[in-house]
Design a binder for this molecule. Structure first.
Ligand SMILES: [Fe+2]
Length: 128
């Protein structure tokens, strides 16, 4: 169970609809861009963007330090970022090698040094 402290556990927006998000949620929820349907073992591009709905600072005192991409419970990729020089917008080519009942859940985790870890998700269909 998550407490109210932003540094306790993983923060998730109450809704994935940006119209229903608070400003804090809009600034910190990773947005995943990927095909809604992919073929097993066929590479495709995943892009993760922070501050897509509302800009987030990228200053020395307030920035995203890292972004990770997970596929269900499997670690896929990690990006370490620096303020001002790199932007919290990353992409990587991946392939899905295992799927459960034709579906997979892409997860992006992003760590803001002032507001903790935030999660974005995107479900995709995996064709055999
Ligand atoms: Fe922040």
């Amino acid at each position: 169970m998550k407490c109210d402290d932003l540094f306790c556990g993983i923060n998730r927006p109450k809704s994935l609809n940006p119209d229903e998000m608070s400003d804090l949620e809009k600034k910190h929820t990773p947005v995943i861009m990927a095909p809604s349907s992919v073929k097993l073992e066929e590479p495709f591009e995943v892009k993760v963007e922070l501050g897509k709905y509302l800009a987030h600072p990228n200053e020395y005192g307030h920035f995203f330090q890292w972004i990770e991409i997970w596929l269900d419970e499997t670690f896929i990729a990690r990006f370490d970022l620096t303020p001002k020089s790199s932007y919290p917008e990353v992409s990587v080519k991946i392939a899905i090698n295992h799927a459960h009942e034709g579906r997979a859940k892409l997860k992006a985790l992003a760590f803001c040094n002032l507001h903790g870890v935030w999660e974005g998700i995107k479900e995709i269909i995996v064709e055999e």
